[in-house]
Write a protein that binds this ligand. Sequence first.
Ligand code: ATP
Ligand code: MG
Length: 421
Amino acid sequence: MPQKGADSVAIIELGSAKTCCLVAAVEAEGDPQITGVGHLGSAGIEEGLVQDLSKAQTILSRVVQQAETMAGHVIEQAVVVTSGGHLGNDGIRVEVSAAGHAIERGDIIKTIRLAEREADAGPGTLLHAVPACFSIDGKSGVRNPEGLLGERLSLDICVQAIENDHAGNLHNLANQAMLDVPALLFSGYASAQACLHDEEKENGVACVDLGGGICSTTIFCGSKLIYGGADPMGSDRITRTLAKRLSLSVTDADRLKKQHGRVWQRDADFKEVISVPQRLAEGGMEQTDIRKARLISLIRPDVEEILESVAAQLKRAGFSGRDAGPVVLTGGGAQLQGLNLLAEQILGCPVRLGFPQRYAGLPTSMRGPAFSSMIGALSHILTGEREELSSAAGRLKKGATLTGPAPIWPKRVLKWLRDAW
Ligand SMILES: Nc1ncnc2c1ncn2[C@@H]1O[C@H](COP(=O)(O)OP(=O)(O)OP(=O)(O)O)[C@@H](O)[C@H]1O
Ligand SMILES: [Mg+2]
C-alpha cells in the first residue's frame, strides 16, 4: 500500500460504545473529502476509559485496517478523540499589569503566554485551553483590549484536561496499532464543533453529547468555549437496566432500546406487545412477550436521572433559569425517541437534536448523532484549532487582530464566567 498523502488527516474515536477511524483528504481551499472510514462496537473501553488494552487494541486495529483499505493508503498518525478521564471544568484567570500606557499587542501576547504556562502547569494532560474573556481592571467582556486604557489586563481561559494515566493508555493503544498521536481531543468539545451553528455559539448554547458511557456538556458564548464537563451517565445505563429487569443479554437489550425504546407512554403502548428473547433461570432461552408500556416504564427513570444530572451540571455552570438555552442534544443516545421533548421539560429550555455536518464521501451510516465527535474533530482540526490559546499568540505576532469586530457580550456570559470560575 502506498504511504499516506501529505494532505490527509486521520482521526480515531475510542468511545465507550464504538471505535471508529476516519481519513480525510484536505485541500488548501474547499471542504475536505472523506476517503476512508471504519467503525465497530468497542471492546475493553468503559465510561470512556481503557479497561482492557488487548481487547481495545484488537478492535482499533480492525477499524484502522478498514479505513486504510478504503482510503488506499496506510495511516501513520491519527488524532485521538476521547470521552474518558475528564478532569472537570477548570477556569483559569491570569493578570498582567498595564499601568501607565494604553494596552499594546505585546501586553496581550504576554497575557496569553502567561495563561498558556498556567494551563500547562495544571493537573493532568491538557487537551484544550481556550481564551474566553478579557477583562480590564476587573471589568469583563472586553474582546479586544488593544489600545484601551487600564491598570490591569486579565484573561479567563477555559481548560479541558484528562487524567495522565488515561492519556498514556490512549497513546499506548494507538502506538500498538503503529500510529503516532499528534493530539488528543475531548469528544464533547469535538461534538460541539460538529453540531452547533456559529450564531448559536455567539449567543449562548449548550451541547450535550449522550454517548454510551459518558454524557458530556459544553457551553459556548461569545463564540467561545466557556465550560466543558463530563459525567459517567451514558445511555448504556438504560441498556443495563433493561438487560437486568427483563433478563436479556446486553446486546438484545441494546437492540430493544434502539428499536422500540421511547420516553413517553401512549394509550396504544398498553396493548402493543414486543417479543424478546429472554434468558431462563434454568438455562436456555425462550421468546417472551412484554408490553411496550412496561418497556417505556423501565426506560424512563434512567432517562430522567441522566437529564437531571445534565440540568445540575448546566446549573453549576450558571446556564439555567429563564435566560438559558438553547440546548443541542447529540451522541448516539440522543436518538432515543422523545428524548428531546423530555429534555425540554427537565432542562426548562428549547432543545434540538444535533446532527454533524455532512462532508463529501461520508457514508450514510456515519451521518447520525453518534458520529458527531468524529466529524467535529475533523472540523476542529481544520478550523477550530485557531480558537485555542496555543495559536492565538502566534497569530497575533503575525499581525492578525484578536477576534475581529467586538461583539456584544450578553450579560449572562459574564455571569457564567463569574459563577463558573
Ligand atoms: N436509535 C437509538 N435509540 C436509542 N439509543 C441509541 C440509538 N442508537 C444508539 N443508541 C445508544 O447510544 C449509545 C452509543 O452512543 P455513542 O456512539 O455516541 O457512544 P460513544 O461515543 O461510543 O460513547 P462515549 O462517548 O460515552 O464514550 C449506546 O448506549 C446506544 O445504545
Ligand atoms: Mg462519544
